[in-house]
Design a protein around this ligand. Structure first.
Ligand code: 26Q
Length: 844
């Protein structure tokens, strides 16, 4: 029977009673949330089975996205939207006196990721399901997710994130599909008719899968995110009352095993050679591959056609051990020869790089791999020998080149090299990033495998980052251009015709103001700070890292503050500077940056003399849920990394979709945003990537020159250590020294003047209300290109060799007028071909 409000209310009340044995009035919001999610779970189950069966019958190729992180965010609201019952439930609950908004807020935000890389993986799951593509995620079920950030006396304090405490209603435990993962031991080689490698004396850990349904948008597709949990094998658990020692040892053992999936490492860009991390990587990889192969075998397809039916994508190098693990399974278990196994493996795997920071390139000491994964070590060794042989044939005698490209060198396994050699596709995540990979970081590999490298500019789940989080803007779009943009994001271009329509502009302005008031209320209630809804909301939200240059923003605010103290009548548009982000616990300068922002906030926010012209807020515990509140409320999006360092950035895309104007450097996707919106609709400044890289090659620059010449910078830097702040003069000494004595690695001082100019321009532009609102419309209109739907379609066609449905309405134009042009949308030649061969009309 089709769901209607009455039926839903009956089902909800029935469920509430059976789950909690209470009347409606007696239940808490948390209990009501659990009731609703359990009901939605029931709705999902049937469709999930059907979706799986459909894939089996179709014989479709399946893609598996292996990622050590999936930052999925809250699920209730998205699931209701995807099922097409959001409004129905909202109204029906309201009739019962329950607010759906309130229930949504009762959901924990699963923090199974650090930042960009993990959130991207979640965005692609959404897009794949929306396009009915059989794409599944594989990851770990961390007992404790990304730490919760508390701010105590201005400092970040890390608190464990006990997200599973109340249970996670969206997961389905599949104990029957448990697999074993083996660590340690030794390899015995036996040779009868052929060589066999027997793994002995290993320790076994059970990998128990939990499946999370991933819903497509109103299309009945339900894909799966499988997260693995580590459990001890029972045979190792000896606990008799007779021998307490056994019991204690067994408990210790259980704890050790469970520690495997117990914490998410809170580093987003620094390599730490921790053995537990390596274990986590192998645990994910081995469990996932075993289940992928088992599933494949159930389809009764021939093993030598594996690459025709499955594609495995590795999200950065963390799951790159999947490559030798696949070789192990094909050779040791399926008894294939090396050459055949290798061909299949390379055809199956593809790899995305997400960072050029040298400190984030994963490498492992040989002996660690040898001890922990003795069979994989032998396979990696063989891969390395064969690859070095190829290199020798191509570059005879060039030992330097061979050493730098080898998988194993200097007693270390270089995971990026392994990933490149073992995949048929390697991609960067924005045009400039891919260029930097090809011409610098992976230049030798690009010369060796020129066709293997390609670009896939990231995209985000616009159904979450626009439809869900900005319902008023979504309604305005629907009223104005229809709702086709929800499935065909490039249709957002249709609003360009309203760019200069004052009535439309005013509606947009009212929506922004409403969203700002929601954020202002939150900040008032949670942090006790009052902010002016009519000030410019200027947001800098992302991980705290030197290269992301939160400090440059801070220096500019300090400079504005200095001007205002001299002249409280200074003519600037009032601004609220909003920061949010977590620092890696061991990253001292990042943690000091948080302390600096909070200290500055205390000083500025209580200084009556500047008449509230500027305020500073540091949002505690920035996560997906907070981003969902901040982004729709933002006027100015700070995207100011040192050019060449930010691989892509995806916050920039989410802000643009919600009508914020970017102030940014020429880096990552900022460049591609400029290419579609045009120079008039974005504010740029700073050194280019080439300028930065050249300066780097020549040993940097002398920051003292800037300090001595630019009075503004001198004043601000001195204020860090001269008692200006109500903290000890040593508090910010390490930050001060990083700029002047450690060569300002991220060119903050060098770019400051240009940044301050850009901020002045922005202030001027904001004064012309109609022009500003027109800029906002341009940004929303062109954001369709940055939907994950576009990116994953490119992956599906260029990398995974699959056939996604292509949106005929997919127009993306570089023009201001609504003149759709083929090239803006057809990011790949294959897509172009499809469009022309289907006679899809694309006006010029
Ligand atoms: C390194 C060594 C050992 C173990 C872990 C790591 C590690 C962990 C996390 C290395 C890198 C990361 C995370 C990287 C990341 O989030 N990169 C971001 O990816 C986004 C999606 O592509 C981009 O938009 C961002 O520009 C990029 O910073």
């Amino acid at each position: 029977m089709k769901l209607n409000k009455e039926l839903f209310k009956d089902q909800f009340l029935e469920k509430l009673m059976t789950m909690h044995v209470k009347s409606l009035e007696e239940t808490s919001n948390a209990e009501r949330y659990r009731t609703l999610s359990s009901l939605v779970r029931d709705y999902i189950s049937k469709k999930w089975i059907a979706s799986d069966q459909h894939y089996q019958q179709e014989g479709s190729k399946q893609v598996y996205y292996l990622s050590i992180e999936f930052l999925i965010g809250r699920m209730l609201g998205m699931n209701l939207l995807n099922l097409g019952i959001y409004d129905l439930c909202k109204e029906a609950l309201a009739e019962l006196g329950i607010s759906l908004d309130v229930l949504e807020k009762a959901e924990e935000d699963p923090g199974l990721g650090n930042g960009g890389l993990g959130r991207l993986a979640a965005c692609y799951l959404d897009s794949m399901a929306a396009e009915s593509l059989p794409g599944h995620g594989c990851s770990l079920r961390y007992r404790y997710g990304f730490f919760e950030q508390k701010i105590v006396n201005g400092y970040q304090v890390e608190v464990p994130d006990n997200w599973l405490d109340q249970g996670f209603p969206w997961e389905f435990k599949r104990s029957d599909q448990t697999v074993s993962v083996n660590f340690g031991g030794n390899i015995r080689v036996v040779s009868n008719d052929k060589l066999r490698y027997l793994h002995e004396n290993y320790d076994t850990v059970f990998a128990v899968p939990y499946d999370v349904p991933i819903l497509g948008y109103k299309n009945d597709t339900i894909n799966t995110l499988r997260i693995w949990s580590a459990e001890a094998s029972e045979e190792n658990f000896i606990c008799s009352t007779a021998d307490m020692l056994d019991c204690v040892t067994s408990m210790e053992y259980t704890k050790t095993v469970e520690s495997l999936s117990s914490v998410l490492y809170p580093d987003d860009s620094a390599y730490e050679g921790k053995v537990l991390r390596l274990k986590q990587h192998y645990f994910l990889v081995s469990a996932s591959l075993q289940s992928i192969i088992k599933n494949y075998k159930q389809r009764a397809l021939p093993l030598d056609h594996l690459a025709d039916y499955i594609a495995i994508h590795i999200n950065d190098t963390h799951p790159a051990l999947a490559i030798p693990e696949m070789m192990r399974i094909l050779i040791d278990v399926e008894e294939m020869g090396w050459d055949e196994a290798w061909k299949i493996t390379v055809n199956i795997f593809s790899y995305t790089n997400h960072t050029v920071l040298p400190e984030a390139l994963e490498k492992w000491p040989i002996d660690m791999i040898q001890n922990l994964l003795p069979r994989l070590y032998l396979i990696i060794n063989e891969m390395n020998e064969r690859f070095c042989h190829e290199l020798w044939n191509r570059y005879p005698g060039d030992w330097d080149k061979i050493r730098s490209m080898a998988i194993i060198s200097d007693h270390t396994i270089h995971m990026a090299n392994l990933a490149i050699v073992g995949s048929h596709s390697v991609n960067g995540v924005a045009q400039i990033h891919t260029e930097i990979l090809k011409t610098r970081v992976m230049n030798q590999f690009h010369q060796f495998y020129p066709t293997r490298f390609n670009n896939k500019t990231n995209g985000v789940a616009h159904r979450r980052w626009l439809l869900k989080i900005n319902p008023r803007l979504s309604s305005l779009l629907n009223e104005s251009i229809g709702s086709s943009w929800i499935s065909h994001p490039c249709d957002l271009l249709k609003i360009l015709k309203y760019a200069d329509d004052h009535v439309f502009q005013e509606k947009l302005a009212r929506i922004k103001r409403y969203n700002k008031s929601r954020l202002a209320e939150h900040i008032r209630d949670v942090q006790g700070i009052r902010i002016d809804v009519d000030s410019i909301f200027d947001s800098h939200i992302k991980r705290i890292h030197g290269y992301k240059r939160q400090t440059m923003n801070v220096f500019h605010i300090m400079h504005l503050y200095n001007l205002l103290r001299e002249n409280p009548d200074l003519d600037i548009i009032p601004r609220t500077f909003i920061f949010g982000g977590k620092a890696a616990p061991g990253y001292h300068l990042a943690k000091q940056t948080i302390k600096l922002i909070n200290t500055l906030a205390t000083v500025i926010n209580k200084d009556k003399s500047i008449r509230d012209k500027i305020k500073v807020v540091f949002i505690e515990n920035y996560n997906v849920t907070m981003a969902e509140l901040i982004i729709p409320a933002t006027n100015v999006s700070e995207q100011i990394p040192t050019a060449s360092q930010e691989a892509c950035g995806t916050g920039n895309m989410k802000f643009m979709m919600n009508g914020a104007i970017t102030i940014g450097t020429l880096d990552g996707a900022n460049i591609e945003i400029r290419n579609v919106v045009g120079d008039n609709n974005i504010v740029f400044f700073g050194l280019t990537a080439n300028e930065v890289l050249e300066l780097h090659e020549h040993g940097g620059y002398n920051p003292w020159d800037v300090y001595n010449k630019d009075e503004r910078i001198k004043t601000v830097l001195d204020q860090l250590i001269n008692g200006f702040f109500p903290v000890g003069t040593d508090e910010f000494k390490s930050l001060f020294e990083s700029f002047l004595y450690h060569n300002d690695q991220f060119f903050v001082l060098k770019d400051f003047a240009s940044y301050a100019d850009a901020q002045l321009r922005l202030d001027q532009q904001y004064r012309n209300r109609n022009q500003w609102l027109s800029m906002c419309v341009h940004n929303i209109a062109h954001s369709g290109k940055f939907s994950g739907d576009r990116t994953f379609t490119e992956y599906a066609m260029d990398v995974w060799n699959m056939n996604p449905t292509i949106s005929p309405q997919c127009y993306c134009s570089n023009d201001d007028k609504f003149t759709s042009r083929l090239h803006g949308c057809a990011f790949t030649s294959k897509l172009q071909q499809t469009i022309s061969s289907n006679n899809i009309h694309v006006p010029h």
